[in-house]
Design a binder for this molecule. Structure first.
Ligand code: FUB
Length: 319
């Protein structure tokens, strides 16, 4: 039996197939702001790409990349499915995004800076494939900075998170400093009703909604430097019960930006740190941790690891 395992391992290694991931992922790229779609036995992990020089003082981000896996260990670089310039009304800055499948199409919600309306905006792009190419689904922004008046900052309409509930209702959450949400029409390209504000103490950015066994989990980044916190509730609009911090702040970057997902029956959180060689505040790297919900459905504190997730192959997994 041992001989057989050793032989199998040797074969996998000779084929260039690893049995465990190593955090952070996706070298040589610096990546940030993960968003994950699980579809057809593969996980598609979308990231922003940090292009700042080692001493860069701001984010330099122009495109999103997508990587896919069928075992949570071996990742395929699927290239650049969409760039900020694919939104003709945007000026080329590509911040955080999220992705969902609906009506057989893939809907990509993205933070871009508007070329003429001061501030950041949310656009939506669509594709027939999770690996793109995506095209602007509206030809105009879904949300612009002048549609929200709660703060004067130019970056309060960032970090869209899209969620489609079991009843078919789609929701969009977003925001920096002020957490906002709205219903989406079935078209996925229009808000349905007014923008709502959710007061959350210490909220900074990166809201993310997921649902498990009837409970809604609204996670987000709080404080500065950021740590990941979450609340639970019985509906997409709460009422919300604060559940505390589940991931510690990073040492080399102040942001962290989480996304939760399930893959082949196991639970994961993707986030970023800056632990690749040469990493820093604006040279971040996506990582993934596996975790188990407690019996009462709460999320335990999740430590960042260098080991990364163990193999969890889909049936017929082909790298
Ligand atoms: O990557 C640019 C911004 O930094 C994102 O929009 C935020 O979530 C933070 O990670």
């Amino acid at each position: 039996m041992l001989k057989k395992t050793v032989a199998a391992t040797a074969l996998l290694l000779s084929l260039g197939v690893a049995e465990a991931a190593t955090n952070p992922l996706f070298a040589p790229f610096y990546t940030a702001d993960p968003a994950v779609l699980v579809d057809g036995g593969r996980a598609y992990l979308f990231t922003g790409r940090d292009e700042a020089l080692p001493d860069g003082k701001d984010y330099v981000m122009h495109e999103w990349r997508v990587f896919s896996t069928c075992d949570m260990v071996n990742w395929k670089d699927e290239g650049v499915p969409v760039k900020a310039k694919d939104f003709a009304w945007a000026n080329g800055r590509a911040w955080a995004s999220d992705i969902v499948k609906r009506h057989g199409k893939y809907w990509f919600y993205a933070t871009v800076e508007h070329a003429t309306v001061p501030g950041f905006a949310v656009g939506v792009a669509v594709s027939d494939s999770p690996t793109g190419p995506f095209t602007d689904a509206r030809g105009s922004p879904l949300v612009t900075n002048d549609m929200t008046k709660q703060t004067d900052i130019a970056w309060d309409d960032i970090d869209p998170a899209v969620f489609v509930d079991d009843d078919g209702q789609a929701w969009l959450y977003w925001g920096n400093t002020v957490l906002k949400y709205a219903k989406l029409k079935a078209s996925m390209t229009e808000l349905d009703g007014p923008i709502q504000v959710l007061p959350v103490a210490n909220f900074v950015e990166a809201p993310y909604l997921h649902k498990r066994k009837g409970t809604y989990y609204l996670s987000y980044s709080q404080h500065w430097p950021e740590e990941t916190a979450y609340m639970t509730g019985p509906s997409p609009t709460g009422p919300w019960t604060p559940q505390g911090v589940i991931m510690e702040r990073n040492l080399k970057t102040k942001t962290i930006h989480q996304a939760f997902f399930e893959f082949n029956g196991r639970s994961y959180v993707a986030y970023h740190n800056a632990e690749l060689p040469g990493g820093g505040e604006h040279r971040r790297s996506v990582a993934i941790e596996e975790f188990s919900y407690r019996a009462d459905g709460t999320i335990p504190f999740i430590h960042q690891s260098k080991a990364g997730p163990k193999a969890n192959p889909s049936a017929g997994c082909k790298h």
